[in-house]
Design a protein around this ligand. Structure first.
Ligand code: UDP
Length: 329
């Protein structure tokens, strides 16, 4: 399939691009490298351009005869979305809508979208199934949900099918250690824990120790990035006009912040300096996926079903790339 991957030089995007190429797909990556890394994708696949440059996006759809779009490009800092919602609505919603409509005009009928468990807000029930009400509690989640709604309306009206994958906590790295997680600024727990272990940070701060969870710290469902990538590929294989797939993607098991830190110490053999701090605003106590729907519908099953092997791949990346990818060439 000829596939355009927006944001394909980012963390989840680059792992997905690698898998798509391994499966023989013809992939074009669109990335403005504002957060993505040039080194994360093959140079001959990368078009450095902004999603907001709709004439260029449109030209790519036509020139490359694109049959499917996998749309990762988005801003994803929850805190920033609260202080600067305009930035999030402009990119995650307006630019995405422009891309979607270019797909309609150019006859691209398959679309896979990076959505998020943040669209559920604070869930009434855990594990969270796709039937849970989507009530986001921050602008980031609002923009993702708004675009999910647009996809549903397009699929109902036009010859178009989509899959919205609601990611839980993406984690880990390619097992060969060549690509991995590298955000600037880094806000995610696992990279911060390994950076603290390596002495690149004085400590990792635990955000809240008084949650109603077994050890008082937040519980999350960490899903290996290659298992996430596989979900995109299975979705692409099944998509057709009218399809409206909405799936949670997680392992269905939660680990606390303290468990992540303990496991990272075991995997690295290093001590992780920890400081206990207050809760971070907007963090639900527990987010765990009920991921039965994607298993049944697409035959998806995660290769990594426990935290430790996921952290082993992450450690392999951080150990060998203490500066991440380094500056963009
Ligand atoms: N967390 C933490 N200290 C940090 C970063 C994160 O205690 O420096 C916690 C955070 O409160 C959450 C979990 O680790 O419960 C995962 O956070 P992350 O930012 O990695 O992902 P999120 O769940 O926000 O998507």
């Amino acid at each position: 399939m000829r596939i355009l991957v927006t944001g394909g030089a980012g963390y989840i995007g680059s792992h997905t691009v690698r898998l798509l190429l391994a499966r023989g797909h013809d992939v074009t990556v669109l990335d403005n490298l504002s957060y993505g890394h040039r080194q994360a994708v093959p140079a001959d696949r990368l078009v450095v351009a902004d999603l907001g440059d709709i004439s260029q996006v449109d030209a790519l759809l036509v020139d490359r005869r694109v049959e499917a779009v996998v749309h990762f490009a988005a801003f994803a800092y929850v805190g920033e979305s609260v202080t600067d919602p305009a930035k999030y609505y402009a990119n995650n919603l307006l630019n995405s809508l422009a891309l979607l409509d270019a797909c309609r005009r150019r006859g691209v009928q398959k679309f896979v979208f990076s959505s998020t468990c943040a669209t559920y807000g604070v869930p009434a029930v855990v594990p969270i199934t796709e039937d849970e009400k989507q009530v986001p509690i921050n602008p980031y989640g609002n923009t993702k949900l708004a675009f999910e709604r647009a996809l549903a309306d397009y699929a109902a009206a036009y010859p178009f099918g989509y899959c919205a994958l609601r990611y839980f906590n993406a984690a880990g790295a390619s097992p060969d250690g060549t690509i991995g997680e590298d955000h600037h600024p880094e806000t995610h727990l696992i990279p911060l824990v390994f950076q603290a272990a390596l002495g690149k940070r004085p400590h990792v701060e635990v955000f809240g120790t008084d949650y109603p969870t077994p050890d008082g710290t937040c519980v999350r469902d960490y899903i290996h990035v290659d298992d996430l990538a596989e979900a995109h590929i299975l979705a692409l294989d099944r998509l057709g006009p009218g399809a409206q797939f909405r799936y949670n993607v997680g392992i269905g098991r939660g680990y606390s912040v303290r468990e992540v830190i303990r496991t990272a110490e075991a995997v690295s053999g290093l001590r992780v300096p920890v400081k206990e701090g207050p809760r971070r605003v907007g963090d639900p106590a527990e987010l765990v996926a009920g991921a039965g729907r994607i298993r049944h519908a697409l035959g998806w099953a995660p290769a990594y079903t426990e935290l430790r092997p996921i952290l082993e791949t992450a450690w392999n990346w951080h150990r060998t790339h203490p500066e991440g990818f380094g500056p963009n060439a």
